[in-house]
Design a protein around this ligand. Sequence first.
Ligand SMILES: [Zn+2]
Length: 332
Amino acid sequence: MANYLTTQKAFRTLLHGARTASFSQAYIFEGMKGVGKYTAARIFANAIHCTGEVRPCGQCPDCKKHSANTHPDLIIIGGSGETVKVEDIRGMNEELYIKPALSEKKICIIRNADNMNQDAQNALLKSFEEPPSYAVIILLSENVKNLLPTIRSRGNKVVFEPFSEQEIEEYIKRQYPLKKDIIPFIALYSGGVIGRAISICEDEEFFEIRKKMFEAVCRMTGDRLSIFSVAEVFGIKSPKTGFQNCDLYFDLFVSFMRDVMAIKTGARIINADMKELLDSFSSKVTLSSVISIIERTANVRSQLNVSMKYDLWIVNLLINCWEDIHGKGSRS
Ligand SMILES: [Zn+2]
């Protein structure tokens, strides 16, 4: 079981609900990417289906099916980064109206629910408003503002807060004892997002990629062609893999810019071992250009999905960032 979640109030409340059979039929889990929404939804669903004593017990037939991803009464729509389409929702609706096969409840988890377009949300509306008596529907969302007001008002909102620095530190200490030297860095860099902390611990190349990214970004104070070395670190040469790993690249890019902002405002920097590069970049750019880059990047990141031309979006973003650095009218 994902023990890191046990400190989260939202998670404990859900688990208690599952164990005492006091849960609702329509949920919206809200929180940043990587904060544990999906893991919590899976454990919650498992606990509802479990027939053991302390649920989820991990031993009963239902639990075994959950861990093998073969439970017939669990429907999961939308993988990470995938857009949920209207056909997906229609398919889910059909399945939802078939009674559960093994358990008393049929549970549906919709990931990236806030990426659903209007049609998909409309298709969801009826089953979300009046689900069959045995159904539980859980929407996972980074930004509930993208959901229709009618959907928002019908779901029980469960907010997943980022973890504290101390909680991240304790978790890493316990789970990744070999990483103890970099714990303070991970705690800061992850910003309370447990998924990000775990990926640093598991990615042997993290520091190498960070170095490449930071050096490339530093060169953006030079001529316009410099953006291509940054684009390369973003993985545009193989756009498919690049897109799959883009969270790491975006996090690094933004972390660099945040640190530059911190230098300019006298705040604490995260990538302290890279201070020389950050100082050099900081001395050549204005605070407003850095703020503009951070906003621009967040905006592109929230729009990107698997059906878009990843390489073109990245190059276009970087051209705009370069213009932020060099001032308007520098495009010739
Ligand atoms: Zn069980």
